[in-house]
Design a protein around this ligand. Structure first.
Ligand code: SF4
Length: 264
């Protein structure tokens, strides 16, 4: 039995083991986020099609190709979203395509990657999704499209864990190193890149190793109070927030730890 980890889970554990426990071990609902993701989804799908289906016989596609792919993906968008998406793609085209001598064929688009890590006799599967994976001369570049209206401030440690997870998984799958993770902000045309090094993989190994100890032996899930508590959905259950925290709701998943250990 393998314990499944994603970048979001690793980041959550790193931020606060107790919140991780509530969310992933006891499966308590976190606050739901609402909002229209439809435009972002259509943009991701259009970009995947643009790179996936292009014939690569001409160095650079004409704008018509982008327009064609966009029109395939507009689905149920409103007319103003269709117009907005088209102008976002146009900016992308002029910023990232026409400035190059050729549009390079990616290794893969809209992919899922998995890596394995065995720690303390527990097997972890590290799983992640990516929007695009490109070859560089000396390794791989992972591209993550961002369609949010504003550039999200990224916590350095959290980005590092994301990089480390991909570093480990890509190394196992392609026997090549991840050199860069690049966040590409579609609305502003900005590209923010982070260099990847073996130290990122080692950081992930260290966090997974802590988690293994927690799962195997400690099960303390120590609260780690900080700025994140202000928006934590589990504060009412948290002993660091209240001397007498609420009991967990009846539909919380039973403690799964013993079962995990016994099944190995
Ligand atoms: S309130 Fe703070 S310390 Fe408690 S679980 Fe949430 S993030 Fe962790």
């Amino acid at each position: 039995m393998s314990y499944l980890l994603s970048a979001a889970k690793l980041q959550s554990y790193y931020r606060c083991p107790r919140a991780y426990y509530f969310r992933y071990e006891r499966r308590l609902e976190s606050a739901a986020f609402f909002g229209s993701a439809a435009l972002g989804t259509s943009l991701h799908q259009a970009l995947a099609q643009i790179y996936q289906d292009w014939h690569y016989q001409d160095p650079i596609p004409r704008w018509d190709w982008f327009e064609y792919c966009w029109n395939q993906q507009v689905g149920d968008l409103t007319s103003s979203q269709i117009t907005e998406g088209r102008s976002i793609l146009r900016r992308y085209y002029h910023t990232f395509i026409t400035t190059q001598s050729a549009m390079r064929r990616p290794v893969a688009v809209e992919g899922r990657i998995q890596g394995c890590l065995r720690v303390d006799n527990l097997e972890f599967t590290l799983s992640g999704r990516y929007d695009r994976l490109d070859y560089l001369d000396d390794g791989l570049e992972l591209i993550d499209y961002k369609s949010a209206k504003e550039i999200e401030p990224s916590e350095p440690d959290e980005i590092d864990l994301q990089i480390g997870l991909y570093y480990l998984a890509l190394e196992q799958r392609y026997q090549r190193s991840l050199k860069r993770l690049s966040l590409l902000y579609l609305r502003t045309g900005e590209k923010i890149s982070f260099e990847a090094t073996p130290a990122h993989r080692e950081q992930v190994e260290s966090v997974v190793s802590d988690l293994a100890v927690e799962l195997r032996r400690d099960r303390r899930w120590q609260p780690f109070p900080g700025a994140q508590c202000d928006r934590c959905a589990y504060a009412r259950y948290c002993p660091a927030m209240r001397p007498d925290p609420d009991p967990l709701p009846d539909d919380a998943r039973p403690e799964p730890g013993l079962q995990l250990v016994l099944s190995l």
